[in-house]
Design a protein around this ligand. Structure first.
Ligand code: PBG
Ligand code: ZN
Length: 323
């Protein structure tokens, strides 16, 4: 009677046989940050182990990733010049287009995803074009620009597009733009339930994408809202998203499960910069067993319902998992 659960935990082989959730290197997408120049690999103080890299360094990094069994990356671009609309993002010789071309040329087998947004490219740091009257992002002008940006990435040879700007109707607009340009087979992974989170802080150091003034609360979601999070993801499914996403992950495990239970689409989660940095800093302070806490965290995302994990821990986790 008292051994009902424990008798199945005594033998380690039986424990493995009964394990319900598994983590694999196939689950990971690894984020990389591209900038111009050559031979540049600058570590960011708030994110140990994460770098701004020139394109040649990114191409080299892909070799390391493949050796670890990591087959997919998500790219972010840091342009030389920012302006009010984020022109670099819509330019065939912008940082993102150049990076995608270089990576796909050197590593045709690397699955390359691009983050599709404007905050890294605008001088005001917001995720689209600003409406001067509303003093926030103009939804529909931004939709047109997102579609243009998507086609630029597509022409550069990207394997999947991941729009992260939380504009209403963005999936429909991007799908329409891609289809019209002949890219019907290019999948779209929507950052569908993305919250206005303070956990993005370290990312904005790496990507140099902090809003100059204001915040992103008029387009990203209120962290308090559960029903709205489901509605956002369900709406993106209806607009034609191929994969949905919950972001951030750690403080949103309930949302991951909610979205999982309300769609049959594959689900990604973004284990964001602040979540990564917390573990790094705790490890530095000697207060946690970093590897164990990292693996437990990543496994938790799978258990909550994630199929894909976008994580800065991917290399370290891959080493532990072997391949
Ligand atoms: C761009 C974007 C952000 C992140 C991914 N894409 C930042 C933001 O919305 O401010 C955050 C990723 C992270 O924190 O690791 N819109
Ligand atoms: Zn953005």
């Amino acid at each position: 009677m008292f051994a009902r659960f424990r008798r199945k935990r005594i033998n380690p082989v039986l424990r493995d046989l009964l394990q319900e959730t598994h983590l694999s290197v196939n689950d990971f997408i690894y984020p990389l940050f591209a900038r111009s120049g050559t031979g540049i690999k600058d570590e960011v103080a708030s994110m140990p182990g994460v770098y701004q890299m020139s394109i040649d360094e990114i191409v080299k990094e892909c070799e390391t990733l493949k050796a670890l069994g990591i087959k997919s990356i998500i790219l972010f671009g840091i342009p030389d010049v920012k302006d009010s609309v984020g022109s670099d993002a819509m330019c065939e010789h912008g940082i993102m287009a150049e990076t995608v071309r270089a990576v796909k040329t050197a590593h045709p087998d690397m699955f390359v995803v691009t983050d599709l947004c404007f905050c890294e490219y605008t001088d005001h740091g917001h995720c689209g074009v600003i409406d001067p009257v509303l003093e926030t992002v103009d939804n529909d002008i931004t939709l047109d620009n997102l579609a243009k940006q998507a086609v630029v990435h597509a022409k550069a040879g990207v394997d999947m597009i991941a729009p992260s700007g939380m504009m209403d109707g963005m999936i429909q607009a991007i799908r329409g733009g891609l289809d019209a340009a002949g890219f019907e087979n290019l999948p779209v992974m929507s950052y569908s339930s993305k919250f206005a989170s303070a956990y993005y802080g370290p990312f904005r150091d790496v990507a140099e994408s902090s809003p100059g003034k204001g915040d992103r609360k008029s387009y990203q979601m209120n962290p308090a809202n559960r029903n709205e999070a489901i509605a956002e993801s369900v709406a993106d499914e209806a607009e034609g998203a191929d994969i949905l996403m919950v972001k951030p992950a750690l403080a949103y495990m309930d949302i991951i499960r909610d979205v999982r239970n309300n769609t049959t689409l594959p689900l990604a989660i973004y284990n964001v910069s602040g979540e990564y940095s917390m573990l790094k800093m705790a490890a530095r302070a000697g207060v946690i067993d970093y590897d164990a806490v990292m693996m437990e965290t990543l496994l938790g995302f799978k258990r909550a319902g994630a199929d894909i994990i976008i994580t800065y821990h991917a290399k370290e986790a891959a080493e532990i998992l072997g391949n």
